[in-house]
Design a binder for this molecule. Structure first.
Ligand SMILES: *[C@@H]1O[C@H](CO)[C@@H](O)[C@H](O)[C@H]1NC(C)=O
Ligand SMILES: *[C@@H]1O[C@H](CO)[C@@H](O)[C@H](O)[C@H]1NC(C)=O
Length: 522
């Protein structure tokens, strides 16, 4: 019996696939995520050739990342998106919601268009794709250009992935309607829920704005690929609609519950590192506090120089009010904190510490990795989200009941104290976090399995996309949401009311005239 099971487990890896992977390097975490996927594929005997599109010129590359062949396409100098991502001058400033509706230049999409120019003329890319045969292409689902390239080189099927929660190119082109009740744009940075009428109006307008951007972007990419591959080249949006599977880095127990399609597969946690034992120094440090330790890290993007002295003092003064707990802060260790319960280190092994039972809470910016790690480890959080999907993640953790949000524009001693007190003293947060962690471990499907089996299945059955493609993919978003019907019914109703009113007035007038004429003749 055991032998039989072992054979069954081996079956999926009995064949080796030749895979092409396109990695859009938007930030360092995107590269790390891709590296994990490549390692996973390699471990199962598959070959991966990789094209890296360096959207962010500030990410430096080293090594081959497990690729059999690696081709890097990069800007000669600084990329516009790199400049935006690199110079986070005032990370604590918060834009008003209505400001987010303004149509302005979209640096991200602009940069994807510029990178497309480089990608389409790259000799190395051309060489790689014309001399190798691939069983499947695995492409980051943020921009159209690499999908067009795969189509031109007849690489089929195509599967997309993102290291973030699902992006529009995955959901919208899978044919999913963008309903205003849900957080359609996870990079939106809005704190409001979507249940009130005004917030749904906002969500609808925000979706219009996004559709406008992506429409412009698709036209621009279409022009480029037609210029390169000929005028009869299909619309890039049609190519995007024929994707077999879209992998997203969301976890089914953590992501907002929402209508999805079979095409979307949640692999959240696929790239998380395994916890390792702590160093002796850290182990001793965690032992000092009897009640427990709180770790505090804003990740790699918000360095100590971005946190003003005033803010530093707010944190320090608040931490001092919890003398029974020790606070271990990832913050340039040279600085004197002048408090017996605050320890500042240059670097902390976040994963290893989260899995230590002496760590009782985590103060975090809620990057997706931190969210997933803390949920897997079962540690409650005080969250100060900054940008991208961080607000979305924080709202999820708060809805699940494992943490409290302090808005970055509202960091005061009172607010911070209130949130910390809840998470450290109210047992419910800790219990919920532990339950969540237990649920995640008990799920029958691991993200690794969902990913590998999805890739192998899609590579084997070329027509998978036609099984998963929603009819919504054939229609624009107004039709998807039913706006065309609503508009028709509204206009019909108005016309009916108009005719009914006109008719009534006419009849009344005729009658009264009739009566009048009759009286006159009497
Ligand atoms: C998408 O798939 C459909 C059905 O499988 C096919 O008819 C169509 O040509 C494909 N479109 C593109 C652009 O590949
Ligand atoms: C700690 O005390 C030293 C000496 O009084 C002072 O220079 C430093 O600014 C203090 N640090 C903080 C974070 O308050």
């Amino acid at each position: 019996m055991r032998v039989f099971t072992a054979v069954l487990l081996l079956l999926p890896c009995a064949f080796s696939l030749n895979l092409l992977m396109y990695v859009n390097v938007i930030g360092k975490s995107h590269l790390q995520f891709a590296e994990k996927l490549i390692a996973l594929l390699n471990d199962h005997g598959h070959n991966v050739d990789v094209i890296m599109g360096m959207l962010n010129s500030y990410v430096s590359l080293k090594g081959s990342y497990g690729a059999r062949n690696l081709v890097v396409v990069q800007f000669p100098g600084e990329s516009p998106w790199g400049a935006v991502a690199h110079h986070l001058n005032n990370p604590f400033d918060e834009q008003s919601d209505w400001n987010r509706l303004k149509i302005e230049s979209n640096k991200f999409l602009d940069t994807t268009e510029m990178l497309c120019d480089l990608l389409l003329v790259s000799f190395d890319v051309e060489q790689l794709l014309s001399t190798n045969r691939y069983d499947l292409a695995l492409i980051t689902g943020y921009d159209f250009c690499p999908f067009a390239l795969a189509h031109y080189h007849k690489i089929s099927p195509v599967v997309s992935y993102v290291p973030t929660p699902a992006a529009y190119a995955q959901t919208y082109y899978a044919g999913l309607p963008e309903l205003p009740l849900y957080e359609n744009i996870v990079f939106d940075e809005r704190h409001d829920g979507r249940s009130t009428f005004s917030s749904r109006i906002f969500e609808t307008l925000r979706t219009f704005k996004d559709r406008y951007y992506h429409f412009q972007n698709a036209l621009a990419i279409n022009n480029k690929v037609c210029a390169r591959f000929g005028d009869d080249f299909p619309d890039v949006r049609d190519i995007a609609m024929n994707v077999s599977i879209d992998f997203t880095n969301s976890h089914p127990l953590l992501e907002e519950p929402r209508p999805i399609s079979h095409r979307i597969r949640y692999i959240g946690g696929v790239g998380l590192p395994m916890p390792k034992p702590l160093s002796k120094e850290l182990d001793q440090l965690l032992d000092i506090s009897k009640k427990g330790n709180v770790i505090f890290s804003f990740g790699t993007q918000i360095g100590p120089d971005k946190i003003s002295d005033e803010l530093q003092h707010i944190f320090i003064d608040t931490f001092k009010r919890f003398p029974e707990f020790n606070f271990i802060w990832k913050f340039d260790g040279v600085k004197q904190m002048n408090a017996t319960n605050i320890f500042n280190l240059d670097w902390l092994p976040q994963t290893d510490m989260l899995y230590d039972s002496r760590v009782v809470a985590f103060i975090t910016h809620m990057g997706l990795n931190s969210f997933t790690e803390t949920a897997f480890a079962g540690v409650p959080v005080v969250m100060i989200p900054f940008f991208a999907d961080q607000v979305h993640n924080a709202r999820r953790a708060s809805a699940i009941g494992i943490g409290e949000i302090v808005r970055k524009s509202e960091i005061t001693e009172d607010n911070l104290h209130h949130a910390l007190e809840k998470v450290l003293v109210d047992e419910r947060y800790r219990l919920r976090a532990r339950e969540l962690s237990a649920m995640i471990s008990a799920l029958p499907d691991t993200p690794q399995r969902v990913f590998l089996e999805g890739i192998e299945f899609a590579a084997k059955f070329k027509h998978l996309s036609s099984h998963y493609r929603l009819v919504g993919a054939n229609h624009n978003f107004l039709v998807q949401i039913g706006w065309d019907v609503a508009a028709f019914l509204t206009v019909s109703l108005l016309i009916s009311i108009y005719f009914a009113t006109t008719l009534t007035i006419f009849v009344l007038k005729t009658l009264s005239t009739g009566v009048y004429v009759k009286r006159k003749t009497d």
